[in-house]
Design a protein around this ligand. Structure first.
Ligand SMILES: Nc1ncnc2c1ncn2[C@@H]1O[C@H](COP(=O)(O)OP(=O)(O)O)[C@@H](O)[C@H]1O
Ligand SMILES: N[C@@H](CCC(=O)OP(=O)(O)O)C(=O)O
Length: 374
């Protein structure tokens, strides 16, 4: 069993399906239950950051929709009404126990900009150290569809990495990961411990079973991959079960523990930002020798091994490095602009020796750079 002895800082993600009634509206009773359990952790001295969905669910009725809308403008308008209502409810409930909450709304753009990303870390650190409960959601109202995190599962994992959480807890409408979607297969079995995300695990994870949930088990597995690569174990369990949060930090809850025991990468903050948040601005394709140099030297290669340069980028931008088969080799910060790189690629080999292409903070782990979309 993994050791959770020193769990101090916990990020908890709760999905829409766990906060809503059968009709898809926010359930006050469910919110109260959640807050009571978070308060229990706070009283024990844990620092807690909550990633809460529910803005659309809390707002769509007041927008005049009879059911949860599916068009983007209506969802955004509903979120604009619902986010305030959700925060009002959280604030009132936590204050009744003596705890102050704060609201943090994030877009993917905020995280792709390194300065803003680091700034969110500084802000959340102060809030957590001072005993506040930050409540994070995607800033749904202003986010353009193609730039959305889309689901709060991956957002919670990125936030957990950002704040150096000791444990990520994802609460859902299901009591863990099964070896097949239990809504389709009654014989599906609960997996209590997962040390590594294998292709079998990925295949078992299906989409959402409800009309309010967004990413289903698929996005939870993506989240686990991000958290595990950042060295953070993750627990997945059912919201509303009594004592679930307290039991989860004590490693005795019913659910799935993703231990990150096998092949934990422990990416540092800079690497996490490059791998999961930066969004590469271009792509450099290298030949076989270039690939070898990168994988062996880990950071530089001769420009003559650059086969092609795609995109327009400045020096110090994050680029994706691929081999001749189009397979990703790594992501890193390149020392040349796309224009200079094209120029020095065409230099004579001797001169080119002086002009080595260098990559700072190169992330080459296949499990991080290939399957996780950026
Ligand atoms: N292998 C699996 N194990 C458990 N649940 C699964 C699996 N594959 C798909 N699911 C579905 O994922 C759902 C949880 O995700 P989702 O509906 O997005 O909830 P949330 O609102 O908590 O994010 C479950 O109710 C279930 O229908
Ligand atoms: N940001 C949206 C929720 C998006 C989301 O991830 O929902 P879910 O899959 O229920 O956690 C909202 O607050 O309504």
């Amino acid at each position: 069993m993994m050791s959770l002895d020193t769990v101090k800082r916990v990020v908890i993600k709760i999905g829409s399906s766990s906060l809503t009634s059968r009709h898809g509206e926010i359930s006050r009773r469910k919110l109260e239950k959640l807050v009571d359990q978070v308060v229990q952790l706070k009283d024990q001295g844990h620092e807690v950051l909550l990633v809460s969905s529910g803005a659309v669910a809390a707002g769509y009725r007041k927008l005049g929709c009879l059911e949860r809308p599916s068009s983007l403008p209506e969802k955004q308008a509903a979120a604009s009404i619902g986010q305030g209502l959700l925060m009002e409810a959280y604030s009132e409930l936590f204050l009744s126990h003596g705890y102050v909450t704060s609201q943090i709304l994030i877009t993917r753009n905020d995280f792709s900009d390194e300065a803003r990303y680091n700034n969110v870390r500084n802000t959340t650190s102060i809030l957590l150290e001072r005993g506040i409960v930050p409540i994070v959601n995607e800033n749904d109202t202003v986010t353009v569809d193609r730039l959305k995190f889309g689901d709060n599962d991956t957002l919670s994992a990125k936030v957990a990495g950002l704040v150096n959480a000791d444990l990520l807890i994802i609460l859902s409408d299901i009591d863990g990961l099964y070896d097949d979607n239990p809504h389709n297969n009654q014989d599906a079995k609960l997996l209590r411990t997962v040390d590594k995300i294998t292709p079998e695990i990925e295949a078992a994870a299906g989409g959402s079973g409800s009309s309010v949930g967004t990413g289903g088990m698929k996005s939870k597995i993506e989240a686990v991959k991000i958290a595990n690569a950042s060295g953070i174990p993750t627990f997945l369990g059912k919201a509303g079960v009594s004592n679930i949060l307290d039991d989860a930090v004590q490693n005795k809850a019913k659910g799935t523990y993703f231990t990150c025991a096998e092949g934990a990468l422990n990416l540092n903050h800079k690497e996490q930002w490059i791998a999961f948040n930066s969004g590469p601005e271009g792509e450099i394709t290298v030949d076989e020798q270039g690939k070898k140099e990168i994988l062996e030297n880990s950071e530089s290669l001769l420009p003559t091994h650059v086969y092609s340069v795609e995109g327009t980028f400045q020096s110090k931008s994050v680029v994706r490095i691929s081999d001749l088969n189009g397979e990703a080799i790594g992501l890193g910060i390149v020392n040349y602009s796309s224009e200079d790189l094209t120029l020095c690629r065409d230099l004579e080999a001797l001169e080119a020796k002086e002009a080595a292409v260098k990559f700072e903070d190169l992330v080459c782990h296949k499990e991080v750079i290939t399957p996780i979309k950026i």
